[in-house]
Write a new protein. Sequence first.
Lengths: 177, 79
Amino acid sequence: MQNDTSSVLIKFQQGDVDAFETLFRTHQRAVYGWILRIVRNPATTADLTIETFWRIYRAHARFHPSQEFEGWARRIATHAALDWLRTARPETELPGDIAAPPDADPAVGAEIRHKTALAFSRLPPKLRIAAILSVVEERPAKEVAEALGISVAAVKLRVFRALRLLRKDLQQQGITP
Amino acid sequence: MNAHDEDRIKQVLKRSLPQVEDEAEPVRDLWPAMLRRLDASSVAPSLSLVPWFDWALLAGLAGLAAFFPASIPVLLYYL
């Protein structure tokens, strides 16, 4: 099994399309799930998954077979999602699937949830990614740091700055968390 | 912002944005779309793949030809 994986990675590095298809089918779910956590829109996520694998295929010669493929793919996916967040306008209306979580705390009103989500969508993309992966998705800081290509300390700083900006935005809207 | 404020805003954020399920997966097979993207790129290679110095050389030759038309036969001779 280990040898099979190694031989697929070696063939992929040489530009073999069949090996690329094997890697695509093995890792597309993980890449899709990672991007969905960041952009939170299934249609955009599907497009970005293809964009990510396109970047992966173009970079095949730079991949070293001893590297962990999933971590490498996650890093490329994070940058593809970041590029999209930089060009996308902040949401004015939230997609239905995230506007009203089924297990939402009744103590937090729908209006506060809506305003929080909108304020969050206005944060700078770099801060938003760090906060959503660390706070909302509760991913380990080390994993987030590797995906963003920064240190764990830098992730914690970005999360802190994101929360501070979010609090300020909510206070300007008359909401005191 | 103190630690208490930080915890409060984290809680509000977590309650406002639900976690994505671990089982999330695309509703359709993405490989056909990936294949189309690969095919399109092999038919029409992206201009962005051309190194910057090739563009600089082309611009230099175009400038030379524009300012010194007499050099065109010399350039054609060396092509």
